[in-house]
Design a protein around this ligand. Structure first.
Ligand code: CLF
Ligand code: SF4
Length: 455
């Protein structure tokens, strides 16, 4: 059985350039999602088909679906411009394996024209076991399966039906079939050395107390990484009608810590990307690469790409070594810091425009990412949820209640005063996140005394 502790050096290298599998890589390497898969073969209670798949991408705007030919053109165009592109994934907007022809045709085209990128597939797992040979043949090395339950009793409160080979299954039978297929697919792929990540959506009152059991089981079957994300409820979904709520950040954090103690490698930097996202995690540069602007035969300079990526590898290695050295020196008290960012590993987002915060702990020498807190998760997908500024501010303050400092590129007087009153010190900074955190923690006591922040 493949366990994280016994990964081959080839697998270690693949992980080191994958922005989702490696926390360090996500600062430097980009991913590109190609939306070629519109259909789905199951129903999740948090989903509404008018929106992208919530398992691997957040709802909001429906992705434009591309044909495999269009996808090829777009990937070639992006790879010729985006030197740090290391992964091309199919993650929706429905389930990639409910659209196997489009999905595998697209992967084959990418493999042929941009052979240096890793291929990544994200699926609900219902038909995964049938596609193991194609996955191996195409050299797809990363597969994500969304597994929200291993007990059909829990699963039936998440999946009202699944549709397989012309038969519609409902209730417990549907959950039983889906779970058995997900676990079978995971086991088959892990045995073949494919790096399998499991995504689980934390649904308070449904599977929150069950996810430790899910984690233990998928670890046993050979999953490399477990990514637990907060529930996002699509407008018009069953869970919206039921009045279900996203978990509180603290609950998610506690669960992630519990899973980590169970020996599973836990992903904490997931940004719940859209099915057509392009760029570093947290960035969505899709509008920078319109299909119409792509040349028919773009030049992909493989040598230049390789050289650029070797330089990134060196930067990552240096960061890891420096981090290890700081960890050895450290030992002081921790300060929790929230950062408003648009990606690129920089403090570069105005407080008022932030839709998420990255949260870190620091002891003054080392900086550790704890997770991403989305403000949207509290809006439950309703377009008018930000209408009341005072309520929104109160929600943000409650989301950041365990943070001592907030770093952002700008902030208005009213939120600055409210945050200060509630024990969160807002500081205006620009530039690298790690440097800004270390510098702010060093001088925070000074600003606290003056009760002012720079900028
Ligand atoms: Fe895309 Fe997913 Fe591959 Fe990453 S995303 S298919 S594994 S390349 Fe990554 Fe985005 Fe989270 Fe997904 S941050 S939603 S985990
Ligand atoms: Fe929706 Fe994705 Fe679930 Fe299919 S797998 S029902 S697209 S959330």
């Amino acid at each position: 059985m493949m366990q994280p502790s016994c990964l081959s050096s080839e697998a270690e290298e693949e992980i080191s350039r994958h922005p989702c599998y490696s926390e360090e890589a996500h600062r430097f390497y980009a991913r590109m999602h190609i939306p070629v898969a519109p259909a789905c073969n199951i129903q999740c209670n948090y989903c509404n088909r008018k929106f992208d798949c919530v398992n691997e991408s957040r709802p909001g705007v429906v992705s434009e679906v591309l044909t495999p030919e269009q996808a090829e053109r777009k990937v070639r165009g992006v790879a010729s411009q985006l030197m740090q592109l290391s992964v091309v994934g199919v993650a929706g907007p429905g389930d990639p394996l409910a659209n196997p022809e489009q999905t595998f045709d697209t992967f084959a085209r990418v493999r042929k024209h941009v052979p240096d990128v890793s291929l990544c597939l994200s699926t609900n797992g219902l038909t995964l076991y049938r596609h193991v040979d194609e996955i191996m043949e195409l050299g797809i090395r990363h597969v994500t399966i969304t597994i929200n339950a291993i007990d059909p009793e829990v699963g039936q409160a998440i999946y009202p039906w699944v549709f397989d080979e012309g038969v519609r299954y409902e209730g417990r039978e549907a959950a039983e079939l889906l779970i058995s297929r997900q676990l079978l697919g995971l086991e088959l792929l892990a045995k073949l050395g494919i790096l399998v990540k499991v995504n689980s959506i934390m649904i308070p009152g449904v599977n929150d107390h069950h996810l430790a059991a899910v984690s233990a089981r998928v670890k046993e079957l050979g999953a490399t990484l477990h990514n637990v994300t907060p529930l996002i409820i699509a407008p018009g979904s069953q869970y919206e009608a039921d009045g279900r709520k996203a978990p509180r950040p603290k609950e998610l954090l506690n669960l992630q810590e519990q899973l980590g103690r169970g020996g599973m490698k836990v992903m904490r930097h997931c940004r719940q990307c859209r099915a057509d996202a392009i760029g570093l995690l947290g960035q969505d540069r899709n509008p920078d690469f319109p299909l119409e602007a792509m040349e028919a035969e773009p030049v992909i300079n493989e040598e230049a790409r390789a050289m650029f990526q070797r330089e990134l590898d060196t930067k990552i290695r240096e960061r890891v070594l420096a981090k290890q050295a700081r960890r050895i020196q450290a030992g002081g008290q921790k300060t929790r810091v929230a950062v408003a960012t648009r990606g690129g590993d920089k403090v570069n987002q105005h407080f008022g425009h932030a839709t998420e915060f990255l949260v870190y702990d620091t002891d003054g020498t080392d900086v550790q990412l704890l997770g991403v807190r989305k403000i949207q998760a509290y809006c439950h997908g309703k377009a008018d949820c930000n209408g009341d500024k005072a309520t929104t501010l109160q929600e943000i303050i409650s989301i950041l209640s365990d943070c001592r400092i907030l770093l952002c590129s700008g902030i208005g007087e009213a939120p600055r005063a409210s945050l200060n009153t509630n024990g969160v010190l807002p500081l205006v900074r620009k530039g690298g996140i790690q440097e800004a955190i270390l510098e702010s923690v060093k001088y925070s006591s000074y600003f606290e005394k003056l009760n002012i922040s720079k900028g």
